[in-house]
Design a protein. Structure first.
Ligand code: NAD
Length: 354
C-alpha cells in the first residue's frame, strides 16, 4: 500500500530545500520499494497569497489523511504587515496543535568533518550525539495571557497527562539509544516544574527502570550543554526551556542549515522540518544548505515509515558528501568554492547506498 507524504514547501528557501529532500525520498522509495507518494499543499505565506489563510482547510485535511508531513519553512518580510491572526507562523502553530504533535525531537550530532564550523573547542565536540525532546503543545506559549499599557502576564500550565506522554516518548527513544535520559526543569522555583519532576521521576522509575536518569535545573543544563555535551543522550523538557536549549544545542553542530527535527503525536502523522526558518536573505539563489531538510527526510523514514535502514542510509550519504569536502556556502571554509542547494542534493543522491 502506498504511503502519502504531504509536502508543504512554504516560503523563502523552503521550496528549495524541500525539493532536495523530496528528491532524496523519491530515490529511497524507488530503491527500497517504499511506495511513497507525494502531495504538495499550501502553508504559511504561500497559502496567504493564494487563498488568504496561512492554514487552509484543504491543507489540514490532506495532512490529517497523510502518513507524514514534510515542511520546508514559513514566513518572511513580505507577510510582516498582515494581521497578526493570519501571520504565516500562525499556520504552523495551528498545524502542530491540530495534529496533536506534542513531542518535538531535535537530534544534534557533530559531524567529524565539520567540527571547525562550531564555535566550540574541537575536543569538547568529539562524540556529541544528543536528541532534545521538547514538549510542544503546552506550557507558557499556550497559557492564559493579558496585556495592558503598564502590565502584562503569561501563564505556564501543565497537566500530569501532558508531562507523562512526552516523558514516555523520550524514554522510549533513550531505550533505543544509549539508555540515558536527562529531564530538565526549574524545580527549585516553579510549581509546574515540581509537577514535572515528580511526574517524570515516577514514569521513569515505574516504566523505565533500565534507564540511567538525571534531573537538571534548566540554568545548570544550559551550562552543562556547553561544558560536557558528549555526556548527554536524550534530554526532555517543557516547551519554553526546550525552545531555548535547542537553539543553544544547534551551535554544537555549527550551522542552522544542518539540523533536522521531527514533531510526533499519538500515532497520527508526524511533521518533519529543518530547524531553520525561511532565510529570506539567501532565498531564490540556490544557496541554502539542504542538510537539515534531507536529514529531516531521514527522520520521516525512521519514525513514520518504519524504514530504519533507509533512514540510516540517508544519514550516511549526507556524512559521505561532507567527508568528501562538498560544502554549501554557510559551511565552506574561507576561500573554498561552495556548491549550490541542488548540487548538494544531487551529491547526496549519488552516495545513497541501498
Ligand atoms: P532563519 O533561520 O530563516 O535565518 C537565520 C540565519 O541563518 C540567516 O542568516 C539565514 O541565511 C541562515 N540560514 C537559515 N537557514 C539556512 C540554510 N538552510 N542554509 C544556509 N543558511 C541558512 O531565521 P530568521 O532570519 O530569524 O527568520 C526568517 C523568517 O523565517 C522569519 O519570517 C521567521 O518568522 C521565519 N521562521 C520560520 C520557521 C519555520 O518555518 N519553522 C522557523 C524560524 C523562523
Amino acid at each position: 500500500m502506498s504511503r502519502k507524504i504531504v509536502v508543504l514547501a512554504g516560503d523563502g528557501v523552503g521550496p528549495e530545500v524541500s525539493a532536495q529532500a523530496v528528491r532524496v525520498l523519491e530515490t529511497v522509495s524507488d530503491k527500497a520499494n517504499l511506495d511513497l507518494e507525494f502531495e504538495p499543499a499550501l502553508l504559511g505565506g504561500a497559502a496567504i497569497d493564494a487563498v488568504g489563510s496561512p492554514l487552509p482547510d484543504e491543507t489540514l485535511a490532506a495532512c490529517r489523511a497523510a502518513s507524514a508531513v514534510f515542511l520546508g519553512a514559513v514566513g518572511g518580510p513580505k507577510w510582516d504587515t498582515v494581521p497578526v491572526e493570519i501571520r504565516p507562523e500562525v499556520g504552523l502553530l495551528g498545524l502542530r496543535k491540530e495534529l496533536g504533535l506534542f513531542a518535538n525531537l531535535r537530534p544534534v550530532k557533530t559531524i567529524p568533518s565539520l567540527v571547525e564550523a562550531s564555535p566550540l573547542k574541537n575536543e569538547r565536540l568529539a562524540g556529541v550525539d544528543i536528541v532534545v525532546v521538547r514538549e510542544l503543545t503546552g506550557g507558557i506559549y499556550f497559557g492564559k495571557r493579558s496585556r495592558s499599557a503598564d502590565e502584562a502576564f503569561d501563564t505556564c500550565e501543565y497537566t500530569v497527562g501532558e508531562i507523562e506522554r512526552v516523558c514516555r516518548a523520550a524514554a522510549v527513544l533513550a531505550r533505543g539509544r544509549r539508555g540515558r535520559i536527562t529531564s530538565i526543569d526549574k524545580f527549585n522555583v516553579l510549581d509546574t516544574s515540581r509537577l514535572w519532576r515528580e511526574t517524570a521521576s515516577r514514569v521513569f522509575r515505574a516504566e523505565f527502570p533500565d534507564l540511567e536518569v538525571e534531573h537538571l535545573l534548566v540554568d545548570a543544563a544550559a551550562m552543562h550543554l556547553l561544558s560536557r555535551p558528549a555526556d548527554f543522550d536524550v534530554m526532555v523538557t517543557e516547551n519554553m526551556f526546550g525552545d531555548i536549549l535547542t537553539d543553544e544545542a544547534s551551535m554544537l553542530a555549527g550551522s542552522m542549515g544542518l539540523l533536522p527535527s521531527a514533531s510526533l503525536g499519538d500515532g497520527g502523522p508526524g511533521l518533519y522540518e529543518p530547524i531553520h526558518g525561511s532565510a529570506p536573505d539567501i532565498a531564490g539563489r540556490n544557496a541554502a544548505n539542504p542538510c537539515g531538510a534531507i536529514l529531516s527526510a531521514a527522520l520521516l523514514l525512521r519514525h513514520s515509515c518504519g524504514a530504519d535502514d533507509a533512514a540510516s542510509a540517508v544519514e550516511a550519504a549526507v556524512d559521505a558528501v561532507l567527508a568528501d569536502g562538498i560544502r554549501t556556502r554557510d559551511i565552506a571554509a574561507p576561500g573554498q568554492t561552495a556548491v549550490g542547494t541542488a548540487e548538494f542534493g544531487q551529491a547526496v543522491v549519488e552516495r545513497l547506498a541501498l
